[in-house]
Design a protein around this ligand. Structure first.
Ligand SMILES: Nc1ncnc2c1ncn2[C@@H]1O[C@H](COP(=O)(O)OP(=O)(O)OP(=O)(O)O)[C@@H](O)[C@H]1O
Length: 369
């Protein structure tokens, strides 16, 4: 939903939200706005507080400090069952002794609707999650993926403003999980409801989300779009958590308003554009640079390039069929780096011990304070 200025209206606003469990400080001042209709993910390692934050939004946990508003209303002392949110859990929490239709229609049992209307809503919800015609089946006889769909249909039938999903796919096998990721994303676009997903799987968050809050130790380290998080992580910790990133020691040599020059170990001198600078950066700090494995390539013998070239040695490699991951030690650098290469036709897979000419580009460097 946009206001008259065309600005996305937040459906959820978190202002300095805190949560203590006794002495333990689980949420340490979380501030964020989640927009109407977006697919938003909370991503972070185990114990960082993402489930606590989700449960706080749902109303299963009380805030220890700060403010939470949903759709403009302060949620203080508003119980979970009257909030415009609904939660889908990792363990599907469906009733095995009921049919699929009874499960999906469960939340409607007290609604002042006729039998026919309820049946129509149930059928619509089943259609939405790809379970048309499954209404009469016994819920206990469903596969994991089907149960998860039933749980989704049961949550969506209540037409919440926000659907909260706590690791909903983590119990599924890899294939099923990938299929459900695409479907959840499609479903979210179709219904236009705000989805908030908790996941520790960075790939899942990247694939599905409009925006992601990366959390460590009860705080949001960075809130951004998937592309921005991947390309311009604010800190090394974020860069390492999202995908693979190589770090090299670097020092800033020249700097002014428009550009800075860094000397990066193994790569040499590079000019950095202002948009590659992290927030709050100023000259004179000790720096490191980050570079993603796929932004570099190893030239095969005789291949030329107009990119910069650094010299190293292949120390190890992992062959994945479509890709090869090389571990390369650049001359003069202690830590080896990872370089990923597509296995194109005619491109040989290099052996261990081979000299590697590594082509790279200053635009793919990310500077860290
Ligand atoms: N009811 C509770 N009482 C005490 N400590 C709790 C309680 N619930 C959560 N915690 C603690 O708060 C921290 C954050 O937990 P939370 O479940 O939010 O993490 P998470 O990021 O969702 O991790 P995971 O992916 O493992 O579920 C953890 O250290 C956890 O032990």
């Amino acid at each position: 939903m946009k206001d008259t200025l065309g600005v996305e209206r937040p459906i959820i606003a978190l202002e300095n939200v805190e949560k203590y469990y006794g002495e333990y400080y689980a949420l340490r001042g979380i501030s964020a706005e989640i927009r109407q209709g977006e697919f938003f993910s909370l991503l972070g390692p185990s114990g960082c507080g993402k489930t606590t934050l989700l449960r706080t939004i749902a109303g299963f946990e009380e805030l220890s400090g700060g403010r939470l508003t949903i759709d403009g209303k302060d949620m203080k002392r508003v119980p979970a069952n009257v909030r415009p949110t609904n939660m889908v859990f990792q363990s599907y929490a469906i009733f095995p002794h009921l049919t699929v239709a009874e499960n999906v229609g469960f939340g409607l049992r007290r609604e002042p609707l006729s039998r026919d209307e309820k049946a129509r809503k149930v059928a619509e919800a089943l259609e939405m999650v790809g379970l048309r015609g499954y209404g009469a089946r016994a819920a206990h006889a469903l596969s994991g993926g089907q149960r998860q769909r039933v749980a989704l249909a049961r949550a969506l039938i209540l037409e919440p403003k926000v659907l909260l999903l706590d690791e909903p796919l983590s119990a599924l096998d890899k294939k099923m999980r990938e299929q459900m990721q695409t479907e959840l994303r499609r479903l979210q676009r179709q219904v236009g409801i705000t989805f908030i997903l908790v996941t520790h799987d960075q790939e899942e968050a990247l694939i599905m989300s409009d925006r992601i809050a990366v959390m460590f130790e009860g705080q949001i380290a960075q809130l951004d779009t998937p592309q921005q998080l991947y390309r311009r992580p604010n800190t090394r910790q974020v860069g390492e958590f999202i995908g693979v990133m190589n770090f090299l020691p670097a020092t800033a040599t020249v700097s002014d308003e428009t550009h800075i020059e860094v000397e990066a170990a193994g790569l040499g001198r590079a000019v950095i554009a202002p948009d590659q600078l992290p927030g709050g950066w100023h000259p004179g700090q000790t720096q490191s640079v980050g570079i993603r494995p796929e932004t570099m390539s190893i030239l095969f013998p005789g291949e030329t390039t107009d990119r910069r070239v650094a010299i190293g040695t292949v120390e190890d490699l992992s062959y994945y069929g479509d890709m090869t991951y090389y571990v390369v030690r650049l001359d003069g650098v202690d830590r080896p780096m990872t370089i990923s290469m597509k296995n194109l036709v005619g491109r040989p897979v290099l052996d261990r011990g081979t000299e590697a000419r590594v082509a790279w580009d200053a635009r793919s460097l990310v500077l860290f304070a």
